[in-house]
Design a protein around this ligand. Sequence first.
Ligand code: ADP
Ligand code: MG
Length: 330
Amino acid sequence: MKLNPKLIRYMGNDEFRVLTAAEMGSRNHEVVPTSLIANIANLRHGGTNKILNDLCKNTLVARVQNSKYDGYRLTYGGYDYLALKTLSRRESVYSVGNQIGVGKESDIFIVADAEGEQRVLKLHRLGRTSFRTIKEKRDYLRNRKSGSWLYMSRLAAMKEFAFMKVLHENGFPVPTPIDCNRHCIVMSLIDAYPLCQIHDVAEPGKLYSALMDLIVRLACAGLIHGDFNEFNILIKDDDTPILIDFPQMVSTSHRNAEMYFNRDVECIRTFFKKRFHYESRLYPRFSRDVNNEHRLDVQVAASGFSKKLQEELEEVSRRDSRQERGKEGV
Ligand code: ADP
Ligand code: MG
């Protein structure tokens, strides 16, 4: 997905009003009727249609004709634009540089603030692959809110930001969370390579222990990363690890906590065997090594990302992975 920050400089107030109106209308319409957009935007001299045409050309909205009415759908481009505009107004982002990552459910860019200090912008893109099929099946848009990629991507960003904040405040090695708006988060840039790109470490045993300690420390604080693998661990020059990407972080009170914990541990064991030919008899076990002393999961819920939101997001991930499996014919 391309990000076009240039548009920010060229769009005027009326364009912004109309795009915002399309976003507002998206809260309860998949396709926002043109008349509703005009109503919300309420431009003094009219002209909503012309502006919608221009926004369409820049792919910030897409025209949809359905059987009942004509309207527009906000695109990811439009949503990116609105988020970038807010982040730049708040001075979290001043300029946008290269894309450094593209995952199945996110795009990662280097950005900078007004002083030129580099940061990382992560745009969550939930439902890029599977919402279309969900929509076709029509099985769950009854619950409108969670059927929308807009809402789910925003929830994913909120979740990541809430976890990063609490982890950072409690001294865990994660990037510094800077800002969050809509489906985007801004965090500090870590000068390091992901573990998957590292073929040599001075002391594999030391790094192995540091990673296992991190898994246990997290669990003792009530949290399991859930995707603790070589892509989500950055290794600094001095071989210290920094943890990123909290898409499926769960609480140790989750009913499958032990399974998630073991899977994280197993991921590291397997990787170290394959990559560094390092194998240790020592590895942490949930029942023996985890005692919940402080409950950061409770702190995360208190920070605004409630248990209910967490469950909503989990429900969609489950559907997504079921669909993915379905597609692969497994
Ligand atoms: P995804 O959800 O797509 O897996 P990640 O958060 O894992 O997204 O980021 C993808 C890649 O982007 C990482 O593997 C890493 O190389 C890079 N990256 C992400 N965040 C940072 C950061 N704060 N500093 C440096 N690199 C980062
Ligand atoms: Mg990742």
